[in-house]
Design a protein around this ligand. Sequence first.
Ligand code: FCA
Length: 345
Amino acid sequence: MNFFVSLRRFSVIASVVATGLLWVGAGCSKQPGAAATGAKADAIKIGFLVKQPEEPWFQLEWKFARQAAQDLGFNLVTIAAPDGEKALAAIDNLAASGAQGLIICTPDTNLGPAIVSKARNANLKLIAVDDQFIGADRQPMTSVHYLGISARKIGESVGETLAAEMEKRGWPAAETAVCAMTYDELATAKERTDGAIDALVAAGFPRDRVFKAAQRQTDIPGAMDAANTLLTRHPQVKYWLVCGNNDNAVLGAVRALEGRGIPAENAIAVGINGTDCIGELEKTKPTSFFGSMLLSAKIHGYQTSEMMYKWIKDGIEPPLDTRTVGVLITRENFRQVLKEQGIRD
Ligand code: FCA
């Protein structure tokens, strides 16, 4: 395996799954936001639901899931569900269409218990991808199979990258501040930004110069709004370090900095995903977007699908908890790394 090797694997216990899966009717799978990649009509059917289909990250997860469907010969139903209501309705439809498995990045992690109960009633095997379910006790539902990133560690790498680049440029801490784009409602997002901030502080950056901009929406306009509010409050800061949940969070802040006339060379922004910032890195004139921690959309899309397929077909239960790592891409290396990862030709 390459450098995206999964880090932690818990419970590698393979259990024999009950055979004779219940087929809840053989209805048609056409539903709003759903698309099927076809194998034979009687093949295994797996749904892959994502919360933000407009994000390149999720489009790539689907692309790799489709590849798995083709390689292994199962039917894949891709489902776009930007809110809880759509997600729950889509699960009902998927189950009614005779699917046996669901891979899901839920639009709301608090729906965990409702999703688990629906899946159980319909005999749908379940893997949560990217965003781990939260139970009624507010804790992560560790009994649900999950594949996600090592969020804290990847966040720490963001912080270390920012600290190193700041040092390289010789910026005094007294003239520099951190703009941390936060979305604490989502555990993986909070771990990422907490990790970045803690690594900056560990590298000697003063904690009282770390400012948080809480996003209401996890897209570029949502991040831009939050960053604008923060920048208005701190007009005296000369240099900015930017971290956030993902590329879009950081890109929103970069656009806000530009809007306020901060020169590109006076800010260093590091994202996470590496898939949603390609256009930014390709711009001939560099912006303050310095780089991103590239995650493995292939593992999140292909491997989850393969795990699900083998679980349904052969009763091989996947590990309960699989974590993936990230690797820094910058303007210097992104073309090469994206090519190696099968993201760009
Ligand atoms: C979350 C984020 C995505 C991506 C994924 C791995 O779902 O919203 O952008 O980073 O985790």
